[in-house]
Design a protein around this ligand. Structure first.
Ligand SMILES: [Fe+2]
Ligand SMILES: [Fe+2]
Length: 167
Protein backbone atom coordinates (compact mmCIF):
# COMPACT_ATOMS: atom_id res chain seq x y z
CA UNK A 1 0.00 0.00 0.00
CA UNK A 2 1.26 3.44 -0.92
CA UNK A 3 2.03 5.95 1.82
CA UNK A 4 0.92 9.59 1.68
CA UNK A 5 4.47 10.67 0.83
CA UNK A 6 4.68 8.11 -1.99
CA UNK A 7 1.34 9.29 -3.38
CA UNK A 8 2.43 12.93 -3.29
CA UNK A 9 5.66 11.98 -5.08
CA UNK A 10 3.73 10.06 -7.78
CA UNK A 11 1.46 13.06 -8.36
CA UNK A 12 4.43 15.45 -8.54
CA UNK A 13 6.34 13.22 -10.97
CA UNK A 14 3.46 12.24 -13.25
CA UNK A 15 1.88 15.70 -13.13
CA UNK A 16 5.04 17.75 -13.57
CA UNK A 17 4.19 19.16 -17.03
CA UNK A 18 0.73 20.25 -15.83
CA UNK A 19 1.83 21.57 -12.44
CA UNK A 20 4.57 23.75 -13.92
CA UNK A 21 2.42 25.35 -16.60
CA UNK A 22 1.85 29.12 -16.01
CA UNK A 23 -1.91 28.76 -16.43
CA UNK A 24 -2.00 26.02 -13.80
CA UNK A 25 -0.06 28.32 -11.49
CA UNK A 26 -2.82 30.92 -11.99
CA UNK A 27 -5.19 28.51 -10.24
CA UNK A 28 -3.43 29.31 -6.97
CA UNK A 29 -5.37 32.60 -6.94
CA UNK A 30 -8.79 31.12 -7.77
CA UNK A 31 -10.90 29.74 -4.94
CA UNK A 32 -12.78 26.52 -5.36
CA UNK A 33 -14.60 25.44 -2.19
CA UNK A 34 -14.37 27.34 1.09
CA UNK A 35 -10.86 28.80 1.28
CA UNK A 36 -9.20 26.14 -0.87
CA UNK A 37 -7.67 27.31 -4.15
CA UNK A 38 -8.42 25.45 -7.35
CA UNK A 39 -4.71 24.57 -7.51
CA UNK A 40 -4.76 22.95 -4.06
CA UNK A 41 -8.12 21.27 -4.76
CA UNK A 42 -6.74 19.74 -7.97
CA UNK A 43 -3.72 18.30 -6.15
CA UNK A 44 -6.00 16.86 -3.45
CA UNK A 45 -8.21 15.24 -6.06
CA UNK A 46 -5.15 13.74 -7.80
CA UNK A 47 -3.75 12.36 -4.50
CA UNK A 48 -7.13 10.98 -3.49
CA UNK A 49 -7.69 9.39 -6.92
CA UNK A 50 -4.31 7.63 -6.65
CA UNK A 51 -5.15 6.56 -3.08
CA UNK A 52 -8.51 5.12 -4.22
CA UNK A 53 -6.86 3.23 -7.11
CA UNK A 54 -4.26 1.84 -4.72
CA UNK A 55 -6.65 0.77 -1.98
CA UNK A 56 -9.06 -0.76 -4.52
CA UNK A 57 -6.16 -2.69 -6.13
CA UNK A 58 -6.88 -1.22 -9.54
CA UNK A 59 -3.31 -0.86 -10.83
CA UNK A 60 -3.86 -3.60 -13.40
CA UNK A 61 -6.61 -1.49 -14.96
CA UNK A 62 -5.48 2.09 -14.41
CA UNK A 63 -2.92 4.20 -16.27
CA UNK A 64 -1.27 6.18 -13.47
CA UNK A 65 -0.04 9.07 -15.59
CA UNK A 66 -3.41 9.60 -17.29
CA UNK A 67 -5.16 9.40 -13.92
CA UNK A 68 -2.91 12.05 -12.35
CA UNK A 69 -3.05 14.40 -15.34
CA UNK A 70 -6.84 14.13 -15.69
CA UNK A 71 -7.30 14.77 -11.97
CA UNK A 72 -5.01 17.81 -12.05
CA UNK A 73 -6.83 19.24 -15.08
CA UNK A 74 -10.43 18.35 -14.18
CA UNK A 75 -11.17 21.94 -13.03
CA UNK A 76 -8.86 23.75 -15.48
CA UNK A 77 -11.53 26.33 -16.30
CA UNK A 78 -9.26 29.21 -15.23
CA UNK A 79 -11.72 31.64 -13.69
CA UNK A 80 -12.99 32.23 -10.17
CA UNK A 81 -16.56 31.02 -10.40
CA UNK A 82 -17.55 33.11 -7.39
CA UNK A 83 -16.81 36.35 -9.29
CA UNK A 84 -19.90 38.22 -10.25
CA UNK A 85 -19.92 38.49 -14.05
CA UNK A 86 -23.45 39.20 -15.17
CA UNK A 87 -24.36 35.56 -14.84
CA UNK A 88 -21.94 34.10 -17.38
CA UNK A 89 -20.90 31.45 -14.86
CA UNK A 90 -24.41 30.78 -13.63
CA UNK A 91 -24.33 27.35 -15.18
CA UNK A 92 -20.82 26.67 -13.92
CA UNK A 93 -21.67 23.24 -12.51
CA UNK A 94 -22.93 22.04 -15.87
CA UNK A 95 -20.44 23.72 -18.21
CA UNK A 96 -17.06 23.80 -16.51
CA UNK A 97 -16.06 20.24 -17.46
CA UNK A 98 -16.07 21.28 -21.09
CA UNK A 99 -14.46 24.64 -20.34
CA UNK A 100 -11.67 22.78 -18.54
CA UNK A 101 -11.26 20.42 -21.48
CA UNK A 102 -11.04 23.28 -24.02
CA UNK A 103 -8.34 25.03 -21.98
CA UNK A 104 -6.46 21.80 -21.39
CA UNK A 105 -6.49 20.92 -25.11
CA UNK A 106 -5.03 24.34 -25.86
CA UNK A 107 -2.19 23.93 -23.36
CA UNK A 108 -1.41 20.16 -23.43
CA UNK A 109 -1.48 17.06 -25.63
CA UNK A 110 -4.12 14.85 -24.04
CA UNK A 111 -4.95 11.20 -24.64
CA UNK A 112 -8.49 9.80 -24.83
CA UNK A 113 -8.56 8.80 -21.15
CA UNK A 114 -7.56 12.29 -20.05
CA UNK A 115 -10.04 14.02 -22.37
CA UNK A 116 -12.98 11.85 -21.34
CA UNK A 117 -12.18 11.99 -17.62
CA UNK A 118 -12.01 15.80 -17.63
CA UNK A 119 -15.18 16.41 -19.64
CA UNK A 120 -17.30 13.85 -17.73
CA UNK A 121 -16.13 14.56 -14.17
CA UNK A 122 -19.38 16.28 -13.15
CA UNK A 123 -21.47 13.15 -13.73
CA UNK A 124 -24.23 12.64 -12.55
CA UNK A 125 -24.93 16.41 -12.59
CA UNK A 126 -24.12 16.24 -16.29
CA UNK A 127 -25.63 13.35 -18.26
CA UNK A 128 -22.61 11.54 -19.72
CA UNK A 129 -20.79 9.11 -17.39
CA UNK A 130 -17.02 8.63 -17.66
CA UNK A 131 -15.93 5.93 -20.14
CA UNK A 132 -12.77 4.87 -18.28
CA UNK A 133 -11.92 3.65 -14.79
CA UNK A 134 -9.65 6.69 -14.45
CA UNK A 135 -12.65 8.97 -15.01
CA UNK A 136 -14.70 7.23 -12.32
CA UNK A 137 -11.80 7.64 -9.88
CA UNK A 138 -11.49 11.36 -10.69
CA UNK A 139 -15.24 11.83 -10.28
CA UNK A 140 -15.30 10.00 -6.94
CA UNK A 141 -12.21 11.79 -5.62
CA UNK A 142 -13.65 15.17 -6.67
CA UNK A 143 -16.95 14.56 -4.85
CA UNK A 144 -15.14 13.44 -1.69
CA UNK A 145 -12.74 16.40 -1.74
CA UNK A 146 -15.40 18.99 -2.51
CA UNK A 147 -17.59 17.80 0.35
CA UNK A 148 -14.72 17.97 2.82
CA UNK A 149 -13.53 21.38 1.62
CA UNK A 150 -16.99 22.93 1.61
CA UNK A 151 -17.77 21.86 5.16
CA UNK A 152 -14.31 22.49 6.63
CA UNK A 153 -14.16 25.05 9.45
CA UNK A 154 -10.98 26.31 7.77
CA UNK A 155 -13.05 28.27 5.31
CA UNK A 156 -13.70 30.89 7.97
CA UNK A 157 -9.98 31.68 8.07
CA UNK A 158 -9.87 32.78 4.46
CA UNK A 159 -8.89 36.36 5.33
CA UNK A 160 -5.92 35.23 7.41
CA UNK A 161 -3.89 33.50 4.78
CA UNK A 162 -0.87 35.16 3.11
CA UNK A 163 -1.82 36.46 -0.36
CA UNK A 164 -1.16 34.14 -3.29
CA UNK A 165 -0.07 31.13 -1.24
CA UNK A 166 -1.09 27.59 -2.12
CA UNK A 167 -3.46 25.96 0.34
FE1 LIG B 1 -15.35 20.34 -11.28
FE1 LIG C 1 -13.24 19.67 -8.69
Amino acid sequence: MLTRAQIRRLVADNGREVLEHPNMQRERANYQHGNVSTFAHSIRVACLAVWLADRAHLWGRVDLKSLVRAALLHDYFLYDWHDWDAGAHRLHGFTHGNAALCNALRDFRLNAIERDSISCHMFPMTPTPPSYVEGWLVTAADKLSATRETFSLDRFNRGKRPAGGAR
